[in-house]
Design a protein around this ligand. Structure first.
Ligand SMILES: [Zn+2]
Ligand SMILES: [Zn+2]
Length: 226
C-alpha cells in the first residue's frame, strides 16, 4: 500500500515496514516527524512546532495511522509550540524527559529564548528516561538522554531500522547551540560522544532542523565533533 502524500509533507520514507513523514513547520523551520509501523498502524509524533498539529493529524488519518505517543525531544518553544493542541486532537500520551517538563508546563519561562507567541501549557503524561524502551508496533526506540543543548534533551534510537531522532543535539555539519540558559558545551560534547558517535556509522540521524545525515558522515565531516 502506498502512503498518501499531502502537500504539507516535505519528506516521506517507506522501508521495511516503517513510514516516516517529515514536515517542516514553524517560524524557524523545525522538522517534525510522524513515524508509523505499517503492520499495526501504530504511530508516534516527534515534536510539534507552530502550525504542525493539524498537518500531523491529517497525515495520520490519510494513512490509517493511530498516533499513540507524542514525544518532545526537549522543551524549547520551537519544538513544543503545538504539542498541547496535538495531544488534544489525538488523545495520544505526551512523553518527555523530567528535566524539561517544566518548560512544557510553564512555557513563559522561554521568554529568554525569544519566544514569539503564547504557548499553551501542558502536563506530560509520562516521563522518558535514559535506557527506557518506547514500543510503537514492531518498532522499539531506545531513549538516550543527551543534555547540553537542553537539560532534558532525549534522542530516540531504533537499532533495527537504524534511525535516530536527534532533535537539536546534532545537525548535518553542526551541533545544537549552547549559549542559552541551561546549556553547556562540555555536556553537549560528552552527550554526542557517548550517545551519537557510539551508534553504527550507517545510522540515519533525523534532526530537529535541516537535512538528515548519518553518524558516519558526521564523524568524518562535522567540524564540531571531529
Ligand atoms: Zn532546542
Ligand atoms: Zn530547535
Amino acid at each position: 500500500m502506498l502512503a498518501s502524500r499531502s502537500d504539507a509533507v516535505t519528506g516521506l520514507w517507506q522501508y521495511r515496514g516503517v513510514r516516516i513523514f517529515t514536515f517542516v513547520q514553524g517560524p524557524i523551520e523545525n522538522n517534525t516527524y510522524l513515524v508509523g509501523d505499517e503492520a499495526s498502524g501504530e504511530a508516534m509524533a516527534v515534536d510539534a512546532p507552530f502550525g504542525s498539529a493539524e498537518v500531523i493529524v491529517r497525515a495520520a488519518r490519510d494513512n490509517q495511522l493511530n498516533i499513540r505517543y507524542i514525544v518532545g525531544t526537549h522543551g524549547h518553544w520551537d519544538h513544543i509550540a503545538d504539542i498541547a493542541r496535538l495531544r488534544r486532537l489525538t488523545g495520544a500520551a505526551l512523553l518527555c524527559h523530567p528535566a524539561d517538563e517544566v518548560l512544557l508546563m510553564d512555557p513563559d519561562r522561554m521568554r529568554a529564548f525569544g519566544l514569539p507567541a503564547t504557548i499553551e501549557p501542558v502536563k506530560p503524561d509520562r516521563h522518558l528516561r535514559h535506557g527506557d524502551i518506547l514500543t510503537v508496533g514492531a518498532l522499539a526506540f531506545r531513549v538516550l538522554h543527551c543534555p547540553g543543548h537542553a537539560p532534558g534533551h532525549i534522542v530516540l534510537h531504533e537499532p533495527k531500522q537504524k534511525i535516530c531522532f536527534c532533535g537539536d543535539v546534532i545537525f548535518a555539519g553542526s551541533v545544537g547551540r549552547t549559549d542559552l540558559p541551561g546549556c553547556s558545551w562540555e555536556t553537549l560534547a560528552q552527550s554526542i560522544r557517548q550517545n551519537i558517535l557510539s551508534l553504527p556509522d550507517d545510522t540515519r540521524l533525523l534532526p530537529g532542523h535541516g537535512p538528515e545525515t548519518t553518524v558516519g558522515a558526521e564523524r568524518s565531516y562535522n567540524p564540531f565533533v571531529r
